[in-house]
Write a protein that binds this ligand. Structure first.
Ligand code: GLC
Length: 811
């Protein structure tokens, strides 16, 4: 919709009346949408350009070669340039230029041009060839908010007929968001359903795909925001907010994966987790008393089912008071945790933001004395019921409160706790959902009501936890997860999708939510394996566990009123399959850890929808297969009773993970898949590292690294990352980043290796098995020296080479 004359007149009249009315207005003032109209003049300050229309100003700022930020100040003054999501909105500013012709102003980098229409204030973004990626449907507009001050702010873009939209965090729906409308307002949504909105997280970032070219829009606004992808009107995609600033980043592609990478440049990447956090986690509400944990540990080890960590849900606390122990259930926490640790288990404990109002409880007393709890508009404390009963809540948007909170973990850390699970931090309040809007927050000195701080409350809680643990652990990496999140939370924690249900529909939802979270900047994600509420049967649990192997965060969890949910709970038949898949996770750990390094260091997402591998419109609706890292494609079984699955393989050659048979991509295959197996494919040219099966990730040093090498006619790079697994020495270059390059033809295969970093592995050799050779290997030269081939147990050619090798030629 364009700025109509009628609205313009209404706007002028209202402004007129306001000037002359001194008496209280009896009728509520008419709310009018004000639209930018035309650019009257402009000014420049370094990499920022300011365009004016009367009192309104728009800033267009060159952030990097591919990122441009747009902000609107309806009455000339911008809000403070502060963001919880974006650590650095002034990146390495590339070369840029400013031009003007009769119709428009043009702010260009080497890659992208932002055009601002002189006569209509419409903004568009083009690539170097003049192809428009996205353009305004109507000029940016706003509405005065008489109750709270500030403005409702709006932006709407024109939809191309076949344009598709992705991202937006944990929305429980199909990957393509076209035709739907969403709200971002962190909500505790126990047993949520397909399509329910909003859920626990707010990630106001989407990727548009137009003519097979991608761009991103990140609307960095923490208030309640809305996104409409052609639901109200098919021709437009709009986003708006109930307050704050209209401030968004245009992120250029044209590849989807680069949009995600650049979104990470703005909002940060996942911290590099300790290796153990990538193993299998066993959780339940709740495992208690201490003997229960001991017997769980015994079951895992005696049944030889690998597991790295056991969880304590709320019942470990004394009356749900955070940072305390229920001494009846856990008389000697330190003793228990060290006993578990001696068997290779890390202990992770839950923590909630609600602090019980109890004058004899030190945390409450301290928080009260220091004035750290949130207060209402009229200065009453924010009080509400959660697990412990009546509670007050720390204001995590206050840096001093975060510091205090971080320190509260001291005793738990001294007891040996290795990770913290941050829950109920939307924040959840029984009965009324969350805090009322008038609650006040420090907002790192920029102040705000709960309208502004709600969506970042959970993020700031896990930030406080993460930063506190980091200090307390000194040289070890902590592990944290959080339920609520805002853009940028990946810097402080992993996420899980909250209280799902033990149904096949939820299993499918989980696969969608994880892919969506991953393209929205939250790669370290997982679902409650088996479903939180309800009872899965053996088949559903096993299929879920199979998806779990390819979930960046792999944890089984269940509600207290359900039947037990351990890998052996469904009888021996299922237990054997479950063991096999958990073992698979452990074999893949070197590959998974390398994918986390790629995420943490370079910003590549861990789960990648098929569309991201092959950006063609025919793939827009493919959502049941996805890549896990850059070399594995999986098609988890998401339906009951299935024994074959139709799987699409993107172009190029793929190898069946189980029997190494080659498949030509660019087509669909019916893949046999009994419950004992699932479709997994490896990309041609891959060098897949495999660790021996261990009962926990650090059980023993790797004696020889197993590398599976897959033939290709192309030239393909693979990466293997290794370090201590739990220290920060990698920050001082004590890591090994190995680049393997495989190239070949019908009679030859060459493998080269380049190593970067100072880390020294525990092993000295690689055992390499060669798959898919289209010729019979007769000679092998390793760095020029003839070397013997032998045969691996699976019948494929094998050689053992020094880990220092540089070049291998197989002919
Ligand atoms: C919430 C969490 C769930 C946890 C429960 C008890 O429902 O989402 O994971 O088990 O609270 O703490």
């Amino acid at each position: 919709m364009k700025n109509t004359l009628k609205e313009k007149i209404a706007h002028d009249v209202v402004e007129e009346e306001i000037h002359h009315v001194n008496n209280p207005v009896l009728e509520p003032p008419m709310i009018v949408k004000n639209y930018l109209n035309q650019v009257t003049h402009y000014s420049q300050n370094e990499n920022s350009f300011f365009f004016h229309d009367g009192s309104a100003t728009v800033e267009v700022k060159v952030v990097s070669n591919e990122i441009i930020r747009v902000r609107l100040a309806p009455h000339g003054s911008f809000l403070a340039d502060f963001s919880y999501a974006v650590a650095n909105s002034d990146q390495h500013v590339a070369v840029f230029k400013f031009e003007e012709d009769e119709q428009s102003y043009r702010v260009s980098t080497n890659t992208v041009t932002c055009l601002i229409g002189k006569s209509d204030f419409l903004i568009s973004f083009q690539d170097r060839d003049g192809e428009v990626y996205t353009e305004d449907h109507s000029p940016m507009h706003w509405e005065e908010n008489p109750d709270f001050g500030g403005y409702y702010v709006y932006c709407s873009k024109t939809n191309e007929e076949h344009e598709a939209f992705f991202g937006l965090g944990d929305k429980p729906t199909h990957l393509n968001l076209r035709g739907k409308r969403f709200t971002n307002w962190n909500s505790d949504t126990y047993s949520f359903g397909f399509g329910q909105d909003p859920l626990y997280r707010s990630i106001p970032f989407y990727i548009g795909l137009k003519n097979e070219k991608a761009y991103g829009i990140f609307f960095d606004n923490t208030f309640k925001t809305y996104f409409d992808f052609g639901a109200e009107s098919p021709e437009q995609t709009s986003f708006w907010s109930e307050g704050g600033e209209l401030q968004y980043y245009y992120i250029h592609g044209p590849k989807m994966i680069d949009v995600v990478k650049r979104y990470h440049e703005l909002t940060g990447t996942n911290y590099l987790p300790p290796l153990w956090a990538l193993g299998y986690h066993q959780c339940r509400w709740s495992y208690y008393p201490d003997t229960k944990l001991e017997s769980l540990a015994y079951e895992f080890r005696s049944r030889k089912i690998p597991c790295d960590s056991l969880y304590l849900d709320i019942d470990y606390m004394d009356g749900y008071r955070c940072f305390t122990w229920n001494k009846r259930y856990f008389p000697d926490p330190k003793g228990l945790i060290s006993k578990l640790a001696s068997e290779g288990f890390k202990t992770v404990v839950i923590i909630d933001p609600g602090i019980k109002m109890d004058e004899n409880y030190w945390v409450f007393k301290e928080g009260k004395e220091k004035n750290y709890f949130c207060r209402r508009g009229d200065d009453y404390f924010m009080e509400g019921h959660v697990w412990p009963g009546r509670c007050q809540f720390p204001d995590f948007t206050n840096p001093a409160v975060r510091e205090w909170w971080g320190g509260l973990f001291k005793e738990l850390v001294d007891d040996g706790v290795a990770g913290v699970w941050n829950d109920m931090n939307e924040p959840a309040v029984f009965g009324r959902g969350t805090f009322p809007n008038d609650v006040r927050h420090n907002y790192d000195g920029y102040r705000g009501s709960h309208r502004k701080a709600h969506n970042v409350y959970g993020m700031q809680m896990v930030r406080a936890t993460y930063e506190g643990l980091k200090k307390l652990f000194h040289k070890k990496r902590p592990f944290t997860i959080t339920r609520a999140a805002y853009s940028g939370t990946q810097r402080y924690g992993a996420v899980w999708t909250g209280d799902n249900v033990a149904t096949w529909e939820h299993l499918r939802l989980g696969a969608l939510q994880m892919q969506r979270l991953s393209v929205s900047g939250m790669s370290f994600c997982g679902t409650d394996i088996g479903g939180f509420s309800g009872n899965p049967d053996g088949e559903l649990f096993t299929r879920w566990l199979q998806l779990g192997v390819f979930s960046p965060f792999m944890r089984a969890h269940s509600a207290g009123d359900t039947r037990e949910r351990e890998p052996w709970s469904f009888g021996e038949y299922y237990e054997n399959i479950n063991r096999k898949f958990i073992e698979l996770r452990y074999k893949l750990l070197p590959y998974i850890y390398s994918a986390f390094w790629e995420q943490s260091r370079y910003g590549y997402p861990i789960l990648r929808p098929v569309l991201m591998l092959e950006q063609e419109s025919g793939n827009i609706n493919r959502e049941e297969e996805f890549a896990f890292g850059d070399k594995i494609l999986v098609a988890p079984i998401l339906r009951q009773g299935v024994s074959t699955k139709r799987v699409y393989l993107p172009k190029g050659r793929w190898y069946d993970f189980w029997n190494h048979a080659p498949f030509e991509g660019g087509q669909e295959y019916d893949v046999e898949t009994s419950l004992e197996t699932m479709p997994i494919f490896v990309k041609e040219g891959a060098v897949m590292p495999e660790a021996p099966v261990m009962q926990y990730s650090s059980e023993k040093a790797i004696e020889i690294m197993h590398l599976k090498v897959y033939h290709t006619d192309k030239k393909v790079n693979s990466f293997l990352y290794e370090d201590h697994g739990d220290t920060y020495a990698y920050e001082s270059d004590v890591y090994a980043e190995k680049k393997f390059t495989v190239s070949g033809d019908q009679g030859k295969l060459t493998i080269t290796q380049q190593v970067d970093g100072l880390f020294k592995e525990s092993y000295s050799d690689y055992e390499m098995v060669l798959y898919g050779l289209p010729f019979e290997a007769k000679s092998v030269r390793v760095d020029g020296v003839i070397t013997q081939l032998s045969t691996h147990t699976d019948g494929f050619p094998k050689l053992v080479v020094s880990k220092e090798f540089k070049n291998i030629i197989v002919e």
